[in-house]
Design a protein around this ligand. Structure first.
Ligand code: ZN
Length: 290
């Protein structure tokens, strides 16, 4: 099964493995809503196909994902999509915090929660940049295999916003590391991510796909129902350690940050745009958005 190469997400089935690929390499796989819903369609199809046992989420090109789309020609924040992650009204036609919360509770927090609960193992295969919203996509996976050139960052505190919408930082790393990565906005490399428990394996770039395939193939031999139960058991352990309520609490603070920006600057992102972020990137900062 293969989609059109123009699709923002492509899917390739290889035996029992579904390779689901973010496919906007010209924009470092910046995530617009079209990509979000295409990704959801791809996950649903892979869940529904009994032949598929493992899903590998990956990104085309040099980078896994630069984060949410805040300025490509395909930016679509003002468009309506058929909502499916949470039961809420359409953000289009609403204003202020109402519009922002309606949209972000659906396409960011809601979708990430939905994807975390996919009943089949999901492996994120990460190369190059995995920034801000890109972290959210990697974090919904059950585990992460990164190449040696991979780097990670959540720089959105620069915008006065306390991290990306899916606030898994303290659970994906640890509380002190989460504070450091948020307070500095610095990138951290794959080995640091591994030392923090966020990444399972760091492999040479030219072996990334092969090593990921080997692990996925091994997992695919396990009973599907047993895998889904094991996944649920670990997810429930994380939830009992506060992940679920932590996400809700941080989501509220995230929207205080957006609202403060809108009140003071007339813009929920505090004037951050592609140009300013590109400047930051050139100065050693990162691309990405909250
Ligand atoms: Zn936001």
């Amino acid at each position: 099964m293969m989609n059109n190469l123009d699709d923002v997400v492509t899917t390739r089935y290889e035996g029992s493995i579904a390779w689901v690929t973010l496919n906007r390499p010209e924009y470092r796989n910046a995530q617009n809503s079209a990509m979000t819903y295409a990704l959801d369609d791809a996950f649903v199809a892979a869940v529904d196909d009994d032949a598929i046992r493992v899903i590998v989420l990956n990104g085309a090109g040099d980078h896994f994902s630069a984060g949410h789309d805040i300025g490509t020609p395909g930016r679509d924040v003002d468009q309506s999509f058929s909502r499916r992650a949470v039961l809420c009204w359409d953000h289009v036609g609403k204003q202020g915090a109402d519009a922002r919360m309606a949209r972000e509770s659906e396409v960011y927090l809601g979708m990430c929660r939905r994807w975390r609960e996919i009943p089949k193992p999901v492996i994120a295969m990460v190369q190059g940049g995995c920034i801000a919203g890109g972290l959210m996509l990697a974090w919904i996976a059950d585990f992460i295999i990164a190449s040696e050139d991979a780097f990670f960052a959540d720089p959105v505190v620069q915008m006065g916003i306390p991290g990306v919408e899916y606030f898994a930082h303290p659970w994906a790393t640890n509380p002190r590391a989460a504070k450091e990565l948020l307070f500095t906005g610095d990138r951290f490399d794959a080995h640091r991510a591994q030392s923090l428990g966020m990444v399972n394996h760091v492999v040479p770039r030219d072996e990334l796909e092969q090593r990921t395939r080997a692990i996925a193939t091994k997992i695919a031999r396990m009973p599907a129902f047993g895998l889904s139960l094991a996944k649920r058991a670990v997810n429930q352990a994380e939830d009992s350690q506060g992940l679920r309520v932590g996400l809700d609490a941080a989501f509220g603070l995230h929207h205080v940050g957006h609202a403060h920006n809108a009140e003071l600057h007339g813009d929920a992102l505090a004037g951050a745009d592609v140009r300013s972020l590109a400047r930051d990137a050139a100065a050693g900062g990162q691309l990405g958005e909250g």
